[in-house]
Design a protein around this ligand. Sequence first.
Ligand SMILES: [Zn+2]
Length: 155
Amino acid sequence: MNEPKFLADSMLGKLARWLILLGYDAAYGGAAGRADSSLQEQALREGRVFLTRDIRLPEVAGLRMIVVRPEHFEDQLRCVFKVLGLKLDRARLFTRCTYCNRALELVPREEALPLVPPLVREMQADFRRCPSCQRMYWNGTHTQRTAAKLAGWGL
Ligand SMILES: [Zn+2]
């Protein structure tokens, strides 16, 4: 199966952020007042799996739609992984910007050092930057904490 891409409806913003954090292309239809039908159209056009909380939405031919029933996002994440048979790939944690959903670019260490806080400069880390908002990312304790959290959720 090709790598799935997602579009989450306005109820599933946190789930979308976590999918991005896990390395998936996950768009969020959170902008106020967008009708579900317009989100469904976008998902179909862009080849995205549509994630929704709305159990009454009609099926759309050709659109893969997952009705995410659980309340808590840990369970929602597990639900999406189960339905699509996804496996967590630790190497892909934090490879996309959780604000912009863009793939991060590796930044050479010497170029990155002036851009990060002093304590981080001491770390042996890979530095990445979002090409859109220019935020810097690096792997560190939060990466390990996140991996531990995911293991705790059975992912
Ligand atoms: Zn960004």
